[in-house]
Write a protein that binds this ligand. Structure first.
Ligand SMILES: [Zn+2]
Ligand SMILES: [Zn+2]
Length: 142
């Protein structure tokens, strides 16, 4: 009987090297970034894959219609390219609060982000430590 294989995130990690961080800061000439806005600890957001480069978002642009800044890297190497890529337009088609849009870039390989799971994120979200942190933040905001 054919079963459905659980689908999950790639999650390969890398560090954004300094020359690329500098590039990301000025990648959109009329919207320079603060170094704190650049994500340097990368984790591939694509669905688990055995070929092709890894990708992670390194900077969100203020004008989201422009897309976001993504870094790419080959397995075992440090990131070698950053580029502004349009957002993936797909969503899960459900109405209201259960609507979930894909968080990846347009024409990405593999499934949309809502079609596979991120076990680390799920574990973090359901951990007692996270519940406690959330309660503390809610308290402070009250
Ligand atoms: Zn990957
Ligand atoms: Zn997508």
């Amino acid at each position: 009987m054919p079963g459905t294989r659980p689908r999950h995130i790639c999650a390969a990690t890398a560090r954004l090297p300094l020359p690329l961080i500098v590039l990301v800061l000025d990648i959109v000439p009329d919207e320079p970034a603060h170094p704190m806005e650049v994500i340097t600890a990368l984790r591939c957001g694509l669905e688990s894959h055995s070929t092709g480069p890894h990708f992670d978002l390194v900077r969100e642009l203020t004008d989201a219609s422009r897309g976001e800044v993504w870094a790419r890297w080959e397995n075992g190497n440090e990131p070698d390219r950053v580029s502004v890529l349009a957002d993936c337009p797909a969503d899960n088609g459900r109405p209201g609060p259960s609507n979930d849009g894909c968080t990846l870039f347009a024409r990405h390989p593999g499934g949309h982000s809502y079609e596979f799971s991120d076990p680390e994120y799920d574990a973090m979200r359901t951990s007692p430590a996270y519940e406690q942190l959330k309660a503390e933040i809610d308290n402070r905001l009250r």
